[in-house]
Unconditional design. Structure first.
Ligand code: HEM
Length: 182
């Protein structure tokens, strides 16, 4: 996985939980990289999951919740580093609809070694946006956090429900996003 995800993770832990927690985490997990991350490098996916799992035990926060928190933190970092021009997108729904076909596509063009998840889209009878997430990494809870981070950025209130999940044997994770009036 791209180094930018790892630098953001270490920044979040240091900022929110302190440098002592980060150092204790590294002592326990002993990652191959020794916890020294660079944006331009690639690191093992398992390294992120090992750090998240250990932090979950240490802080007594469920792995799923930790990934959601991290997604919320990561969003603005990714947004600000986007190779696709996002200045004309002014609302959450339009933004979510272009993740797959514009944002991640452009990321893949600029960083050919990146492995990106896929999203396909539908609308349910209530007018909610349904996003089907698929990735070998099964980071659907990170995706939820990223979507919540995007909602905060666009100053919109949403709820997300995950009715089907790859962790429970589904082919794809089904995320239903309801947009609330302010
Ligand atoms: C709400 C918005 C977004 C969602 C839901 C989303 C979803 C995700 C998820 C879940 C991953 C983890 C990898 C995986 O699942 O296989 C990921 C990775 C990534 N995303 Fe997005 N993303 C969003 C916005 C963005 C933006 C704005 C950028 C701009 C650059 C971006 C660039 C990336 C990059 C570089 C990776 C790492 C790929 C790799 O390590 O190979 N994403 N995204």
């Amino acid at each position: 996985m791209q180094g930018s995800v790892f630098t953001s993770f270490s920044d979040m832990v240091i900022e929110k939980m302190g440098i002592v927690t980060w150092n204790e985490l590294l002592i326990k997990v002993k990652p191959c990289s020794k916890g020294i991350y660079t944006n331009a490098m690639l690191y093992q996916d398992s390294e992120l999951m090992d750090l998240v799992t250990e932090l979950s035990k240490k802080m007594k926060i469920e792995v799923e919740d930790l990934l959601r928190i991290f997604g919320g933190y990561l969003f603005i970092r990714l947004y600000n580093a986007s190779p696709a021009n996002l200045t004309k997108v002014d609302n959450l729904k339009d933004f979510l609809l272009i993740i797959d076909s514009v944002i991640h596509k452009e990321v893949k063009r600029v960083y050919p070694t990146a492995y990106l998840p896929t999203f396909d889209y539908a609308e349910n009878a209530q007018g909610d946006l349904v996003m089907h997430y698929q990735s070998k990494r099964k980071l659907c809870h990170l995706a939820e956090g990223l979507i919540l981070g995007a909602a905060e950025h666009f100053n919109q209130i949403i709820t997300i429900q995950q009715q089907e999940c790859m962790h429970n044997g589904a082919d794809k994770c089904k995320l239903t996003i309801s947009f609330k009036e302010k």
